[in-house]
Design a protein around this ligand. Structure first.
Ligand code: FES
Ligand code: FES
Length: 158
């Protein structure tokens, strides 16, 4: 099988796996990085949301063969290091607002929220209700009001 080299949470990794194996299974089953959750496997539930070169993406929908050596994957495990703290401000806001219920969707929710705030702030504007409505991460526990409150707080606190 071919080797694939890319970066995950600041480290270069090489995996020996077929080109069409999707990245979520490479992360979870080969690399042991289980923060990105398996929900649907077909790019619908968003439980696996992580970052590819700083933007939100869903590794269940990306074949590992699409990645190159310069591609940087960030999962929830690597998020605090992106700001050099023990917790990313979004994770702090999540705790402050007691967002999580069962927790299953929460890594994906946080990764989607971080990417959203980053994009909105790069556009020099505040997070709007329409921005929050655009998030498509499913939460079967219905934590949406607390998710929205936490994102708004984190965006305001910078
Ligand atoms: S597991 Fe990736 S979107 Fe559902
Ligand atoms: S907290 Fe349970 S699915 Fe979202």
């Amino acid at each position: 099988m071919p080797d694939h080299t890319f970066r995950v949470n600041g480290e270069q990794v090489t995996v020996d796996v077929a080109d069409d194996v999707r990245l979520l299974w490479v992360l979870r089953d080969i690399l042991g990085i289980t923060g990105p959750k398996y929900g649907c496997g077909i790019n619908v539930c968003k439980a696996c949301t992580s970052h590819l070169n700083g933007e939100a993406f869903n590794p269940c929908a990306v074949p590992v063969g699409d990645l190159g050596p310069d591609d940087e994957i960030t999962t929830i495990e690597g998020l605090p290091a992106t700001v050099g703290r023990d917790l990313h401000p979004m994770q702090r806001a999540w705790l402050d607002h007691d967002v999580a219920q069962c927790g299953y969707c929460q890594p994906g929710q946080i990764m989607a929220a971080v990417a959203l705030v980053r994009r909105v702030q790069s556009e020099g504007r505040a997070v709007t209700d329409a921005d929050l409505d655009s998030l498509r991460n499913i939460c079967r526990c219905g934590t949406y009001p607390r998710i929205r409150a936490a994102i708004s707080a984190a965006a305001t606190d910078g």
